[in-house]
Design a protein around this ligand. Structure first.
Ligand code: 5GP
Length: 141
């Protein structure tokens, strides 16, 4: 995978406002924040999308995300927030290195706006789909 801007931040070639670091994870402020406190949490592993990430990096991210969210809440004073992780260009991923956004949501106008064009679940198709997913998961290493 080609090095991304986040790879350069991890190596220290490009500066960032660091919030947290351990062996597997780095967190820093987003350069174009949606709201004050907008923080990016990334694995040091150079995976492009979440499905390509190792279980070790995923576990390391999962372990620290709640703690980082608590710090963002405490420092911004904003109780509500979105955690966003985009995968692929059509899903609005601009940087091809896995990253979780923590975005404070102070009110309905500021922060992340979400279009949510929900449909309804067809029961017969849902049973088949869930079964396919269970089979796929059972077959995975
Ligand atoms: P995406 O759309 O890929 O989910 O979000 C990428 C995020 O990375 C954007 O919110 C953007 O502002 C942030 N970003 C891009 N380049 C840099 C950078 O060089 N430094 C920092 N701190 N954030 C960046």
């Amino acid at each position: 995978m080609a090095e991304t801007i986040f790879g350069k931040i991890i190596s220290g070639a490009i500066p960032c406002h660091k919030v947290y670091e351990d062996d597997r994870v780095l967190a820093f402020l987003d350069i174009n924040p949606l709201t004050r406190g907008h923080t990016l949490v990334i694995p040091k592993e150079p995976a492009e999308s979440l499905d390509q990430l190792s279980e070790e990096s995923a576990a390391a991210l999962g372990r620290v995300l709640p703690r980082l969210c608590r710090a963002v809440i405490a420092v911004t004073g904003v109780q509500h927030y979105n955690v966003l992780e985009n995968n692929g260009e059509s899903a609005h991923q601009a940087v091809r290195h896995v990253h979780f956004h923590i975005i404070p949501k102070p009110n309905s106008r500021e922060g992340l706006g979400i279009a949510w064009p929900a449909g309804s679940l067809d029961q017969r198709e849902a049973a088949e789909l869930a079964g396919s997913l269970r089979n796929r998961l059972a077959a995975q290493p």
